[in-house]
Design a protein around this ligand. Structure first.
Ligand SMILES: C[S@@+](CC[C@H](N)C(=O)[O-])C[C@H]1O[C@@H](n2cnc3c(N)ncnc32)[C@H](O)[C@@H]1O
Length: 309
C-alpha cells in the first residue's frame, strides 16, 4: 500500500479521488495542429512524480491515451486532459508544469474549461497541501483562473461533493459554459460502505488476476465493446480503464475493498439517452451502502449538472 496510515492498528487508504479535467484551446482558434498527445511520455512521467504517483499500465486508440496509475487514472485526448488520483496525491501541484508542457509540446495557449471535483475525504488530516481543505484548493485554482466558481453540494458535516469550474462566458447566454464545441457528458458514481462479498472479489485471496476480478464482478459487462486495461493490486485493490474508438469514449473504475474504508468509483463519458439503466447496472454490480451520482452534460444535451445523494 503506497499511501497508507496506521490508525488504531488498521491501515488506512483514502479511496476518494481528486478529479481534474481540463479542456485546452488557442486564442486564435487555430487548433488543427494542436494535440496534448504530443507531450512526450517522459515529461508526463515527471509531471506524475510531482503528483506523487506513477504509470503502471497504458493502452491507446486513435482518440485517447489511457493510463492506469498507482493511484487511479489519467486520460489524454487531443484537447482534453483528465487526471483522477486518490490516496495522498497532489494533482493541483502539477498545474503550472502542465500548462508549460501544453504550450511547449501541444501548441495550445488557452484553457477553455476546467472541472476540479471531489467528494469529502474520510481522513482530510492525512492529505498534503493544498488538499487538506477545499478552501485551500480553491485559493490555488484562483491563482490560475480569473473567473472560477466554487460549489459544495451536500451536507458540510457529512457527505458532500465539491466542484470548481469556470463561470459561463459573460454576455453569451446560449453557451452554458465556455464552449466545448463537441457534445460531452460525464457520469460519475462514488460509492462507499460496499457489500463485503462483492469487495472480496478485489482481493488476491479470492481472484488470482485482474482479468478474473473483471469477469467475476461483472465489470466486463457494464459497458460493451470496451478495450479493458485492468490491474489487481497486492494484497487487494483494483483499477481499470476501458476505451472505445467511438468519439473518445472511456470508462474507469477503481476499487478500495478494505472493509473499514471500502470505496468504489465509476466514471464514463459514454453518451446515453437516459442514464437510468447504466446507473442501475453499476449499483447492482457493487451494492454500495451509500453513493453520490453526478452527471455533467454540455449544451448539446441541454443539462448541466445533476447531483444525487
Ligand atoms: C486500486 S487503488 C484505487 C483507489 C480508488 N481511488 C478507489 O476508488 O478506491 C487503491 C486500493 O489499492 C490498494 N493498494 C495496494 N497497493 C497499492 C499501491 N501500491 N498503491 C495504491 N494502492 C494500493 C489500496 O489499499 C486500496 O485498496
Amino acid at each position: 500500500m503506497a499511501e497508507s496510515e496506521s490508525s488504531g492498528g488498521v491501515q488506512f487508504f483514502e479511496g476518494v479521488e481528486k478529479l481534474l479535467e481540463i479542456w485546452f484551446t488557442r486564442t486564435d482558434g487555430n487548433t488543427k495542429q494542436c494535440d496534448l498527445r504530443s507531450i512526450p511520455r517522459q515529461k508526463l512521467e515527471s509531471l506524475l512524480k510531482i503528483v506523487r504517483c506513477e504509470v503502471i499500465s497504458f493502452v491507446r486508440n486513435d482518440q485517447v491515451d489511457a493510463y492506469v496509475l498507482s493511484e487511479s487514472s489519467m486520460f489524454v485526448a487531443r484537447r482534453r486532459f483528465i487526471l483522477k488520483t486518490c490516496g495522498t496525491t497532489t494533482p493541483l501541484q502539477c498545474l503550472k508544469p502542465l500548462m508549460l508542457l501544453v504550450e511547449q509540446y501541444a501548441g495550445f495557449d488557452e484553457v477553455e474549461d476546467v472541472f476540479y471535483s471531489r467528494k469529502n475525504f474520510k481522513r482530510p488530516d492525512l492529505q498534503m497541501s493544498p488538499h487538506q481543505a477545499f478552501e485551500q484548493e480553491v485559493a490555488l485554482l484562483d491563482t490560475f483562473f480569473k473567473d472560477g466558481a466554487a460549489y459544495c453540494l451536500g451536507t458540510l458535516n457529512h457527505d458532500c461533493w465539491y466542484l470548481y469550474t469556470l463561470n459561463p462566458a459573460e454576455g453569451d447566454n446560449k453557451k452554458w459554459h465556455r464552449g466545448i464545441p463537441e457534445p460531452d457528458q460525464t457520469l460519475e458514481i462514488l460509492m462507499s460502505d460496499l457489500d463485503p462479498e462483492v469487495m472480496s472479489i478485489f482481493m488476491r485471496e479470492e481472484s488470482s488476476s485482474a482479468a478474473e476480478a473483471t469477469q467475476k464482478s461483472g465489470i466486463e459487462k457494464l459497458i460493451p465493446n470496451m478495450m479493458i486495461d485492468d490491474f489487481l493490486f497486492e494484497p487487494c485493490g483494483y483499477s481499470m480503464n476501458g476505451i472505445s474508438n467511438k468519439n473518445g469514449c472511456y470508462m474507469t473504475i477503481h476499487v478500495t475493498p478494505e472493509p473499514d474504508f471500502s470505496y468504489v468509483s465509476f466514471e464514463s463519458n459514454v453518451p446515453q439517452a437516459s442514464y437510468k439503466d447504466m446507473i442501475s447496472r453499476v449499483l447492482e454490480t457493487f451494492q454500495p451502502g451509500k453513493f453520490v451520482i453526478t452527471i455533467f452534460a454540455n449544451k448539446v444535451r441541454g443539462c448541466r449538472l445533476l447531483w444525487v445523494q
